[in-house]
Design a protein around this ligand. Structure first.
Ligand code: HEM
Length: 301
């Protein structure tokens, strides 16, 4: 089964996401129709990259597992604001992004309502709000396929998406001298490795979980500014939600590990785990039923 094409592309100059919830009276087949129309229209729009994820419990093929969020460590917490649908979009033109967000809302009318919307995009050459270069090790298509796409079984071609909305305390971080900031991240502002970085440095914590060099997850987040709040919409794609468990626990300092120094300056205020079905899933249910079950994700909703 073919994965959603957007998973292979890093966010462009302009990025946005919409988090939606089912309205009280909506039936599940209506949801499938709505998300299929959103996917069909937006994935065919030139210059727009999109990924659409659903709450995993909405897909019967998704294995039951302990909730990923909320998670807690000795000094920080990753809360849950799990909803039903997440759509991430990125473009090179702001107008296209705005049109796409409007279309998501128009197509969802009566079935889904908007719970959260974030607009953001690239800062300079690609910096996160603290001013550090981000997204340095660009994944190849092959790395994305290996790390982010479920290879076989009933979820073949699907991808697990993690969303965390971080508020970054720029004032607090800017009180640190440049060298101290670089020891928090584990890289210089321009992206060079800090050779004697402490174990609590962000990239060392991420690497301790096995997530370094695009191994456990593919990052596709973007910086935003919204109502005076600045931060990172952290988004990632992975073939295995257990990789997220390991990565988040390593940052939180769970089970006696060292907590990530970055979490003193960045606070997660919401997030959720979503499952991005493969492209074929978005056909109308009638077409799905004609396909043999062994072809991957079944009729679902
Ligand atoms: C506000 C929150 C965050 C900020 C500001 C942030 C910032 C950064 C920066 C500046 C880098 C170095 C540049 C680069 O390697 O591209 C980095 C690397 C990385 N971050 Fe984060 N990050 C945040 C949250 C997270 C979270 C929640 C995770 C995992 C769940 C994560 C996983 C990683 C990984 C895997 C790397 C690359 C490590 C490597 O291969 O060397 N980050 N992050």
């Amino acid at each position: 089964m073919m994965p959603q094409e957007g998973i292979f592309h890093s966010p462009g100059a302009f990025s946005g996401l919409a988090v939606l919830r089912l309205t009280r009276n909506a039936a599940l087949p209506q949801l499938r129709e709505v998300v299929s129309s959103i996917h069909e229209e937006l994935s065919a729009t030139q210059g727009l990259r999109m990924v659409l994820g659903l709450e995993p419990a909405l897909l019967p093929e998704s294995p039951t597992q302990p909730a990923l969020l909320p998670r807690e460590g000795p000094t920080a917490r990753f809360p849950s604001s799990q909803a039903h649908v997440l759509v991430q979009m990125s473009t090179c033109e702001r107008e296209l992004l705005l049109c796409a967000l409007r279309r998501v809302l128009a197509l969802s009318k009566g079935v889904l309502y908007l719970e959260e919307e974030l607009l953001g995009g690239r800062i300079g050459v690609g910096r996160e709000p603290f001013g550090f270069r981000d997204g340095l090790l660009k994944p190849t298509r092959e790395q994305v396929r290996r790390t982010a796409i479920v290879p076989s079984g009933p979820l073949a071609g699907a991808s697990w998406l993690l969303y965390l909305r971080f508020q970054q305390d720029l004032d607090l971080f800017n009180h640190l001298r440049t060298q101290a900031q670089e020891r928090v991240v584990g890289r210089t502002r321009e992206g060079e490795l800090v050779v004697d970085a402490p174990a609590e440095a962000h990239i060392l914590r991420a690497r301790a979980s096995g997530a370094g060099e695009n191994q456990l997850l593919i990052r596709r987040g973007f910086p935003f500014r919204h109502g005076g709040e600045e931060g990172l919409a952290f988004l990632a794609a992975s073939a295995d939600p257990d990789g997220y468990r390991r990565a988040l626990d390593a940052l939180l300092g769970a089970d006696g590990q060292t907590p990530d120094a970055m979490l003193r300056y960045a606070t997660a205020v919401g997030g959720g785990l979503y499952l991005a079905p493969p492209r074929g899933w978005f056909h109308c249910p009638a077409q799905q039923e004609r396909r043999p079950a062994h072809e991957g994700i079944g009729p679902g909703l």
